[in-house]
Design a protein around this ligand. Structure first.
Ligand SMILES: [Zn+2]
Ligand SMILES: [Zn+2]
Length: 201
């Protein structure tokens, strides 16, 4: 793992659990009870739930966390998507990335909850973050190196030539090998050497 100073695009990870008020405790126990179904207890742990089961979990979370106020949306798998999940407000579809969850099957409920918040809040704004904390969902879905697409941008160090492939633009970053003491160093500011357009398909 290469060190990169001031990488402003590290994925954000929020692991704050929902506050243990009486209300959330009741919800939590309801959730746990509701989750203990034969579907959950089957031995093949890596097998993903089918779409019927995803719809059932949607209804359950809607009831437990949103007082049933969310409109029903379709929950389907995407076999192509490399990210964990997405929500499309135009056709009201939550897509669950099959490839991602074949690697991280235990995260599928977290992904579903995250995407359900998007039904009310499209952006990852403060309201979204509060909701994610309240219901115990991740703010941003994790990505996995095995799923990563070819880099959109490749940066290089002007001194040592180390390459830094990235999916996002870097605003201010210097080479981790050349910069002293882990601090940003203007002399070793990374230079953009390649930028690829997103390929559609
Ligand atoms: Zn999101
Ligand atoms: Zn360097």
């Amino acid at each position: 793992m290469r060190v990169l100073n001031y990488d402003l695009f590290e994925p954000e990870k929020i692991t704050v659990p929902a506050p243990a008020t009486l209300y959330t405790k009741i919800n939590e126990s309801a959730r746990q009870q509701a989750l203990v179904t034969p579907e959950e207890l089957r031995p093949e742990m890596n097998e993903l739930p089918d779409e019927k089961e995803l719809a059932r979990r949607f209804d359950m979370y809607n009831f437990v966390y949103f007082k049933g106020k969310l409109p029903r949306v379709r929950v389907i798998y995407s076999n192509r998507m490399t990210s964990a999940g997405s929500y499309s407000p135009n056709n009201r579809i939550i897509k669950i990335g099959r490839r991602y969850h074949e690697i991280f099957p235990e995260e599928i409920n977290d992904t579903l909850k995250h995407e359900m918040i998007h039904i009310l809040n499209l952006k990852h704004d403060q309201v979204f973050k509060k909701e994610a904390e309240r219901i115990g969902a991740s703010v941003k879905a994790q990505t996995h190196p095995a799923l990563s697409r070819p880099p959109k941008y490749v940066y290089t160090c002007p001194r040592c030539g180390q390459e830094y492939p990235r999916q996002k633009r870097l605003r201010m970053a210097s080479c981790g090998k050349c910069s002293r003491g882990g601090a940003y160093d203007e002399r070793f500011k990374l230079k953009l050497i390649r930028s690829a357009r997103k390929s559609l398909g």
